[in-house]
Design a protein around this ligand. Structure first.
Ligand code: AMP
Ligand code: MG
Length: 334
């Protein structure tokens, strides 16, 4: 009798020990892709998974960075019209970004690097470019001119790529696949404006991701997600005030080369495919509410939260039982 009791007690304490180790996640804070990322990973393999995840982020940065001179993208940008051999992964993401450029009617463009440079968004040395300079730069930004042949990439002289609007979402996809490979069921990655949630939160139920209020420090509401990205593009994320007192933000309309004036201050896309979610949030910001709402309605794989300059929230109906707005906030369901 005594033996059984003791065995029972040991089992209980073992059980709580196991419970305890699962409740404490492994965390990492990483500076990469020009932003601060935090990784939070639960489970027995969390420590190993955290290390692999950090390696993956740095590997992707070394492939896609515009500033690291040896990256695939930097080598394309320096190629002066010659063909460049890249990693298969780079060729694949380029093909995907060209497809999304077509799908979004040009609102997303992977070829804006010289224009972003002209505004100083790549360096922080901000300035308002001359209209003539912008016109000249825009002549080399047609993504239809990106030639892909296996792992050979050729762009015309003068064209330079920038994948800043899609790499964080792509990183979310890569990390999510890594978690599956390593048997991790519960993790959440904050990738600077984008959050990728793996599985459900500890204890069960969807992860609850707060969406930042573009007008203040709080949030506009909370969305429940599982194995999905919550990707936000906002004019508040990077901007400068010109000598004319006007705020110039970092999301450019590829048609004009100037900050998109679409009447929106932020767009959040919820999607299973992080790459698409990230690229499309940027594109919808450029399109604006009217065109963006039609684009979203035609696609089953994205849900969207638009915030207008007037502070209105327009949310796709698919989020009706998953989006909880902050106190007193009204929603127009679209
Ligand atoms: P995101 O924060 O994902 O919306 O990406 C914004 C970043 O993407 C900017 O800082 C630029 O580097 C780049 N970018 C700006 N406008 C566009 C655009 N229309 N299409 C693609 N990339 C853009
Ligand atoms: Mg984006």
């Amino acid at each position: 009798m005594k033996g059984i009791l003791i065995a029972g007690l040991i089992l209980i304490s073992l059980g709580s020990l196991v419970g305890c180790s699962q409740a404490e996640p492994e965390r990492a804070t990483i500076f990469a892709m020009d932003t601060v990322m935090t990784l939070t990973i639960y489970g027995d393999e969390a420590s190993a998974a955290r290390q692999r995840a950090a390696q993956e982020i740095h590997r992707l940065e070394e492939l896609f960075s515009v500033t690291l001179a040896d990256s695939d993208i930097a080598r394309i940008n320096q190629s002066a019209g010659e063909s460049v051999t890249v990693e298969p992964e780079t060729a694949a993401i380029l093909a995907e970004t060209v497809a999304i450029w077509r799908e979004t009617g040009g609102a997303f463009s992977p070829a804006l690097h010289p224009v972003l440079q002209a505004w100083g968004f790549t360096t922080g040395a901000y300035q308002i470019p001359d209209a003539d300079d912008l016109t000249a730069l825009l002549a080399h930004t047609n993504p239809a001119d990106i030639m892909l042949d296996g792992t050979q990439v050729t762009v015309p002289a003068g064209m330079e790529l920038d994948l800043g609007a899609v790499v964080k979402g792509y990183a979310g996809d890569v990390l999510a696949a890594l978690m599956v490979e390593m048997g991790i069921e519960t993790a959440i990655f904050s990738l600077g404006g984008d959050v990728y949630a793996v599985g459900e939160r500890p204890g069960g139920g969807p992860w609850r991701v707060a969406i930042r209020d573009p007008f203040g420090d709080g949030d506009i509401g909370v969305v429940g997600v599982r194995d999905q990205i919550v990707s936000t593009s906002g004019s508040y994320e990077r901007y400068f005030i010109g000598p004319d007192g006007v705020a110039y933000h970092h999301i450019l309309d590829p048609a004009t080369g100037r900050p998109a004036e679409s009447g929106l201050v932020s767009v959040t896309v919820i999607a299973s495919n992080g790459t698409r979610g990230d690229a499309i949030s940027t594109a919808l910001f450029v399109m604006g509410l009217a065109e963006g709402a039609i684009f979203a309605a035609q696609r089953a794989d994205i849900e969207v939260i638009f915030v207008t300059e007037a502070g209105e929230l327009h949310v796709t109906e698919g989020l009706k039982d998953r989006f909880t707005p902050g106190d007193g906030r009204k929603i127009s369901w679209i």
